[in-house]
Design a protein. Structure first.
Length: 159
């Protein structure tokens, strides 16, 4: 058996009195969520940086491609490790830095590769053609630090 939804009418002041506080709560929650998202970001130390050691920007490469990650000013640890000045790598493939939402956990898909085991290198398969690669360090929960610790993007051409 299904309950009929309440309809708003002058004959139902209870429904209106329940709806108004609910709408107010929803509006306040919607305004607060973005602020809360930024509050959970882990601070990064001044001068911390990640970078791609290899391949070099502009390199012509073959697939599978070996990628070596570098880091300075922080320590690489497995995901789930909540230690100061630490994080784990995410390799971003063919996704721009512009417009990236640094307040949320890094997605897990073909363009956002997680290295939650604390790895500092990988071998990836890439289709022939141009590709953009960049690194983004995530905290214990895969959320980028504040400010984000990310590399400059590099371009490679896969033969």
């Amino acid at each position: 058996m299904y309950a009929r939804p309440a309809t708003l009418s002058p004959a139902k002041p209870f429904a209106v009195s329940c709806l108004v506080p609910s709408l107010a709560f929803a509006a306040l929650t919607a305004l607060a969520v973005p602020a809360l998202a930024d509050d959970h970001r882990t601070p990064s130390p001044d001068g911390a940086r990640v970078f791609i050691v290899s391949p070099e920007d502009g390199a012509t490469v073959s697939s599978p491609l070996s990628v070596v990650f570098g880091i300075e000013g922080m320590e690489v640890v497995p995901a789930g490790t909540d230690a100061p000045a630490s994080g784990h790598h995410h390799l971003i493939v063919d996704a721009p830095q512009e417009g990236f939402d640094f307040s949320q956990a890094v997605p897990a898909d073909d363009h956002h590769i997680h290295f939650g085991g604390g790895q500092t290198e990988t071998t990836i398969e890439l289709a022939p053609g141009p590709h953009t690669l960049w690194l983004l360090l995530g905290d214990a929960n895969h959320v980028p630090h504040d400010p984000p610790v990310m590399s400059e993007p590099i371009e490679v051409m896969v033969e």
